[in-house]
Design a protein around this ligand. Structure first.
Ligand code: CA
Length: 540
């Protein structure tokens, strides 16, 4: 059996090798924790000239959704082409390769089709980078005259981080201390772009691309992964200086949804573990403005790096034969609904930026925005489609290449996301440990837990709510339905349902499920039919 698989893959790679030279290169740009807040997405604040230019030449997706609003599950889903419930990665602790030893990832598959694949920066989550199977080579690791990047430019910030780490290690048990000792949430360093990771990784990606360009018989797939605007919000000062602090506005809707699920929102854990952020209570307007400023500075910093990468493609004469796909793994609440962080089932956390440029994009599509509902899981089959290689049968997404040809065509009837109980999970979505309850998170958790108990009445069951409660979100053209149920029992009745009407309430400020029982019934039927029933019909 093994022998025949090897033979098939050998034949495939030979065939791939024969035609591979004609296939397009792929520049796959991942942005961490980036909500769709660029100029081209209608932001009046964000300064993002390079992404705006790319969008003016390519196709911008106005309604793209991640499958889970946290790093590892979102990325595992994208890269394996399977949904979180299929691949079993619903928190940041499970390595997708351990849970799915034989899965074939996007870059792994492209290698079998004659591609050279490499990444600089964050494509998978942290150490789960599948080096052996997904990547055919290492990126350039030495850049003459350039030092390795640092987390902070200011000495005092490094000292604060080291001190807080040591204090957390002394104070808390090992299972609770992870991520608790941190430096400041933001910094404006008077440094070059490559002093911090994203600038450094961009230089590595460019140097690697130039090396690979010397061998035109092999197309390449470069994953360029930016760590900003993930916390900490650190960017060179010149990007902070692009903004007038007085002009920075705060989230328009800072209240939890009326009649919403008490478990739907968390207590902003990810931000509160940072130095200088209150451990309880509101994030005041002055701090909120600074944090928004920091996030915007990171946005512009990343935008500039994307500009450098695209310029380098042009200078190498490769732009006209390279697909560019820019995406983020999930959105982020910047005070929206009263919380800071990702990790919810709402529009703010699940909607992501997605911009595509392809060499053969028709003139009629260039610069267009599409409102087609697409999912990040669709990127794997789309890239296969655009590269002219077959689409593996295990994929649960759908190629959106037809949308690139005709951006206003009818497409999926729903996009699906999920997140386990945001209020009662640790901030990396792992079930709560007793140790974490003994940290400053304890009172915050208790507060939200009491509200859940009150809302749920006799449906409350600690074990179920802490370990097995999943929120499943379905976004249709008009509505967002969030179904809260026991994910270990697919036939279980929902424990709570939220319904938001985007035509009347784009901020998702009111859950109208109780007021619209007939509509809920109809949408539940659609939800139960699942993603397979939401696939686009052939327009002919
Ligand atoms: Ca992320």
């Amino acid at each position: 059996m093994k022998k025949s698989i090897r033979l098939i893959s050998l034949i495939a790679s030979v065939i791939g090798g024969v035609c591979a030279a004609d296939r397009p290169n792929i520049l796959f740009i991942a942005i961490d924790d980036m909500r769709p807040e660029f100029g081209c997405y209608g932001s009046e604040l964000a300064i993002s000239p390079n992404l705006d230019k790319l969008a003016s030449e390519g196709v911008l997706f106005e309604r793209a959704y991640c499958q889970q609003a946290i790093c590892s599950p979102s990325r595992a889903s994208i890269m394996t082409g399977t949904r979180p419930d299929t691949n079993g990665v619903i928190e940041n602790y499970t390595y997708f390769r351990d849970a799915n030893p034989d899965t074939v990832t996007l870059p792994q598959y492209l290698i079998s089709q004659g591609y050279e694949t490499v990444h600089a920066g964050k494509i998978y989550h942290g150490k789960f980078d599948d080096q052996e199977k997904s990547w055919s080579r290492q990126p350039v690791s030495k850049l003459p005259g350039i030092k390795r990047p640092m987390p902070y430019a200011k000495k005092e910030n490094m000292e604060i981080q080291n001190r807080n780490r040591a204090e957390a290690a002394a104070k808390y048990p090992p299972e609770a201390r992870g991520g608790l000792g941190n430096g400041p949430a933001y910094e404006a360093g008077d440094v070059e772009d490559h002093f911090y990771t994203d600038g450094y990784d961009t230089l590595r990606a460019i140097a690697t691309m130039k090396e690979m360009a010397k061998n035109p018989s092999k197309p390449f797939f470069i994953g360029l992964g930016f760590k900003k605007p993930h916390l900490n919000w650190i960017a060179p000062k010149r990007y902070w200086d692009l903004y007038d602090p007085e002009a920075i506005t705060l989230a328009e809707h800072q209240e939890a949804p009326e009649d919403g699920a008490e478990m739907g929102l968390h207590a902003s854990f990810e931000l509160r573990v940072r130095h200088g952020i209150p451990k309880d209570g509101p994030i005041g307007p002055e701090l909120a403005r600074t944090l928004r400023h920091a996030y915007l500075a990171c946005t512009s910093y990343v935008d500039a790096q994307i500009g450098y990468a695209i310029d380098a493609l042009e200078e190498a004469g490769l732009r006209e034969n390279t697909i560019i796909l820019v995406w983020a793994d999930h959105g982020w609440h910047l005070g929206d609904m009263g919380v800071w962080g990702k990790a919810t089932n709402y529009e703010i956390a699940t909607r992501v930026p997605l911009i595509a440029w392809t060499p053969d994009l028709p003139k009629s599509s260039r610069g267009k925005k599409t409102s087609a509902l697409v999912e990040l899981i669709d990127m794997y089959p789309t890239l296969c489609d655009l590269a002219g290689v077959g689409i593996p049968s295990h994929l649960e997404g759908t190629s959106f290449a037809p949308v690139l040809q005709k951006p206003n065509r009818k497409w999926k009837t729903a996009a699906f996301s999920q997140y386990p109980n945001p209020a009662l999970r640790e901030w990396a979505a792992n079930p709560l440990s007793q140790g974490v309850r003994e940290t400053f998170f304890g009172p915050l958790i208790e507060k939200v837990e009491n509200r859940i108990i009150k809302q749920q009445g006799d449906k409350w069951d600690r074990d179920l709510f802490e370990n097995d409660l999943m929120g499943y979100a379905m976004r249709t053209d008009r509505y967002r339905l969030v179904v809260w149920k026991d994910y270990t029992k697919p036939d279980a009745e929902p424990l709570f349902i939220e319904l938001f009407d985007h035509r009347k309430d784009p901020a998702e400020s009111r859950n109208v499920a109780a007021k619209r029982p007939e509509l809920v019934k109809r949408l539940l039927k659609q939800f139960d039919a699942g993603w397979e029933a939401a696939l686009p019909k052939d327009e002919g």
